[in-house]
Design a protein around this ligand. Structure first.
Ligand code: UDP
Ligand code: MG
Length: 303
């Protein structure tokens, strides 16, 4: 059996249509399936549409979160309910074309544990958003050592992979990264991202920054080491400067030194604050994890 997990936020207007296409493709596969729709606290008609659709198709199940927890949490909610032998994750806005599903299933049947669709052409995205994604993945690859360029949340996983994923207990979720961390036997298939079915991408700039920080801090402690290296750099520099200062003092020509003092103060002050900020970010993550709050709250469900 195949489980499809789709997180949804404000997709009410075009959900019925996207589902129709997905279901058509699934029917053509000749295997059992369930579709788990997770309403991530949408203010629009998403939940009503899910309720209607579940009456028309037995395979459709709905989960409604008590508020908007964000895509990663919505995805986790769906994944934890999935009972299939293979689990497919996709977006509800048709940017992950259902026509790819048969190929993904074929690869899985041929023995792949993870089949990931890799973005080849990012479609109608603005240059700014492409540049942002490029910068983020370059930084992530450099710091964390996992190459996620082109990675999407359009993936098919074997049951074993899902079970392994479920054993990862972190509260701060970054599905793409967690999935790459798991390893297993992976197959990548390229796809071009079509335009959104309707509505608009609901990630705010701040949410993206937050996801980027979660991603980097979850998978790399390199920023912490950076502080150590910066500190070491400053220490060497300080040693040189101390000798020079003492020499001048002994030679009886102590500097006026105002400019030097101001510059040192600014540079070192900046470095110290930056260092504190980085440490603070990691402490905040520890704090989040230690609180051990649930990743999401389910308000309603339709089986
Ligand atoms: N989504 C969600 N919760 C959110 C934001 C988005 O469940 O807070 C869902 C959304 O409904 C869609 C998927 O995540 O199915 C991808 O979102 P979107 O299309 O806005 O992002 P993009 O395609 O720009 O990455
Ligand atoms: Mg989208």
């Amino acid at each position: 059996m195949l489980s499809i997990v789709i997180p949804l936020f404000r997709e009410g207007l075009h959900l019925a249509e996207s589902l129709r296409e997905t279901i058509l493709t699934l029917d053509s596969l000749n295997m059992g399936y369930e579709v788990i729709l997770v309403d991530d606290g949408s203010p629009d008609s998403t939940w009503q549409v899910i309720a209607e659709q579940s009456k028309q198709h037995h395979a459709i199940k709905g989960i409604r979160l008590s508020r908007n927890f964000g895509k990663e949490a919505a995805l986790a909610a769906g994944l934890e309910q999935a009972s299939g032998d293979a689990i497919l994750v996709m977006d509800g806005d048709m940017q992950h074309p259902p026509t790819l599903i048969p190929t993904m299933v074929q690869h899985w049947k041929a023995g792949a544990d993870v089949v990931e669709a890799v973005k080849q052409y990012r479609g109608s995205e603005s240059h700014y958003s492409k540049a942002r994604a490029w910068f983020f993945y370059a930084l992530f690859t450099y710091l964390a050592g996992y190459d996620l360029r082109g990675a999407s949340d359009f993936k098919l996983m074997d049951r074993r992979v899902l079970d392994a994923w479920r054993s990862m207990g972190e509260r701060n979720l970054f599905f793409r990264g967690m999935n790459a961390w798991l390893g297993f036997n992976r197959v990548q298939i390229p796809f071009d991202v079509p335009v959104r079915a309707g509505g608009e991408s609901s990630w705010s700039f701040l949410q993206l920054i937050r996801l980027a920080i979660t991603a980097v801090t979850s998978f790399s402690s390199a920023p912490l080491q950076l502080i150590t290296f910066t500190g070491a750099g400053f220490a060497i520099f300080a040693f040189g400067l101390a000798i020079q200062t003492l020499y001048q003092k002994i030679a009886g020509k102590a500097v006026d030194g105002f400019t030097t003092v101001i510059l040192l103060l600014l540079v070192i002050g900046g470095a110290v604050m930056l260092g504190l900020g980085i440490i603070g970010t990691y402490i905040a993550r520890i704090y989040d994890e230690v609180k051990a709050r649930p990743r999401y709250i389910i308000a309603e469900r339709i089986d």
